[in-house]
Design a protein around this ligand. Structure first.
Ligand SMILES: [Fe+2]
Ligand SMILES: [Fe+2]
Length: 262
């Protein structure tokens, strides 16, 4: 499919997380105002969505599960953390998308993207669960204290579990650079950061993501998929993610008959 090319940052673009719109962050218009790394990434990848040099697989994600056994030890180490906020559904599906995105962008450090994606939301297990929906998904969610807390807690999880699995200190800090700010920083700071962010959104377009997330927000599937089109698709950074999202949305809306049941 083709998607209209847009500038790196679109001033005033609304941002939202699964159904809650907030006004665009002015910093998103200027990556240099966010960090030197964000400015470097914006300069290195001026075309958005970022074109994919590798193959783009748009088949249902269930056909290519995250199968790399090397991460099984990490999954076991964070099994407790996957029991909060549907992470035992969200994280494995997001990891499958992350691995697929890495095949489309072979210049990315796939090991970094995979570990960061697997761990990015584990911090939800260490915050006050009653505040997750009331604060973390309402209003100006990017600035909600609970959002910052789950990012910080996710970094603590990474620093707790990764050393014992043989990961270097330098690698762990790169993982934390992605986790810390994955929701609250308005722009990506590296290709690996961008792929994790796209994987974090792509799971929503699969039928399992629609089923789970629409129930969180007490939306019917038609309303939720309309929101995906209007608000999540514009946030996708890479062309591969746009292609995967479009294919999944077509399948999911047909399956759920959202054109009729609304
Ligand atoms: Fe998150
Ligand atoms: Fe997430």
């Amino acid at each position: 499919m083709t998607t209209p090319k847009t500038p790196v940052a679109d001033p005033g673009t609304a941002s939202q997380d699964s159904g809650h719109i907030v006004s665009g962050d002015p910093a998103a218009a200027n990556p240099a105002a966010v960090s030197p790394a964000a400015a470097r990434f914006a300069a290195a990848y001026p075309v958005r969505p970022v074109p994919a040099p590798g193959p783009v697989d748009t088949a249902p994600i269930a056909t290519t599960p995250a199968a790399l056994q090397e991460l099984d030890g990490l999954w076991k180490a964070v099994a407790h953390e996957t029991r909060t906020r549907g992470n035992d559904i969200h994280l494995p599906i997001s990891l499958a998308f992350a691995e697929r995105l890495c095949r489309a962008y072979p210049e990315a450090d796939a090991g970094l993207v995979r570990v960061a994606t697997l761990l990015h939301d584990t911090g939800w297990a260490h915050v006050d669960e009653s505040r997750i929906i009331s604060e973390g998904f309402a209003g100006d969610w990017r600035k909600a204290a609970i959002r910052f807390e789950h990012e910080k807690q996710g970094c603590d999880v990474a620093r707790r579990v990764l050393p014992g699995l043989g990961y270097s200190e330098e690698f762990i800090e790169r993982v934390c650079e992605i986790i810390d700010g994955h929701d609250t920083r308005p722009v990506a700071q590296s290709l690996e950061d961008a792929l994790m962010r796209d994987a974090d959104r792509l799971w929503r377009f699969d039928q399992a993501g629609i089923a789970l997330a629409s129930s969180w927000f007490k939306m019917d599937p038609a309303t939720y998929t309309d929101r995906l089109t209007a608000e999540i698709v514009p946030e996708l950074i890479t062309q591969a993610a746009h292609d995967m999202a479009a294919a999944d949305l077509n399948r999911s809306t047909a399956l759920l008959k959202t054109a009729v049941i609304r």
